[in-house]
Design a protein around this ligand. Structure first.
Ligand SMILES: [Mn+2]
Length: 205
């Protein structure tokens, strides 16, 4: 994300992050019950957290809080929720995703970004956004996640938008996987994004 933010700045583009995850990863050392730095990166990207960790990128903040949108969230710590609210982060928890539909939420976000003049959209996809029955190969499974169809449809829309310039798919835990099932799911996710990018140059890191 730090590298993508730096690239976007060099191109003179506004930097947006669309974050798919069961977890907001918006803790700070003060709010984290576990003290696990794994729960910090979204907050750090927005310039919130321990000074030593804020130095990971070339500059800080990497990202304006109003340019971060999170989907599929269903495991939030209390202090973390307060951090999200204070920063004004738009985050869509699973009940809202079920009610409005992931594709509709993503389509709305795409329109908003286009209306703001577009920019560099980075997609950060934590595999635990998916339901553990779909993708068991993750370190921190949380029930009631996205279906594979929901995720692939959303990524296809993002591919079609032409806005996505960089992508990470994270948290694959091979030792937790059942016969490569989750690895194949990741292939479907990538295929969804690329299907929407017909005629465009693939730029995936
Ligand atoms: Mn996660």
């Amino acid at each position: 994300m730090a590298a993508a933010a730096e690239h976007a700045r060099r191109q003179g583009k506004n930097f947006f992050v669309l974050w798919f995850d069961a977890h907001p990863d918006f803790n700070t050392p003060e709010t984290s019950p576990s003290g696990n730095t794994h729960g910090y990166p979204a907050a750090l990207a927005c310039g919130i957290g321990h000074p030593a960790l804020l130095r990971v990128g070339a500059f800080t903040p990497l990202l304006r809080p109003d340019r971060l949108v999170q989907f599929g969230i269903r495991d939030i710590d209390e202090g973390e929720r307060a951090n999200l609210r204070r920063s004004g982060i738009e985050f869509h928890e699973m009940p809202a995703v079920r009610e409005r539909g992931l594709a509709a939420l993503v389509a709305h976000t795409i329109s908003r970004i286009q209306a703001a003049g577009g920019g560099h959209v980075h997609v950060s996809f934590d595999i635990d956004a998916l339901d553990p029955s779909v993708a068991p190969g993750v370190g921190t499974p949380v029930p009631d996640g996205l279906t594979l169809d929901e995720a692939v449809d959303a990524l296809r829309l993002l591919g079609q938008s032409g806005l996505v310039q960089s992508l990470d798919i994270v948290e694959y835990a091979a030792t937790q996987d059942h016969g490569n099932r989750t690895a194949h799911v990741v292939e479907h996710l990538l295929a969804g994004l690329m299907a929407g990018r017909e005629g465009q140059t693939a730029l995936v890191a």
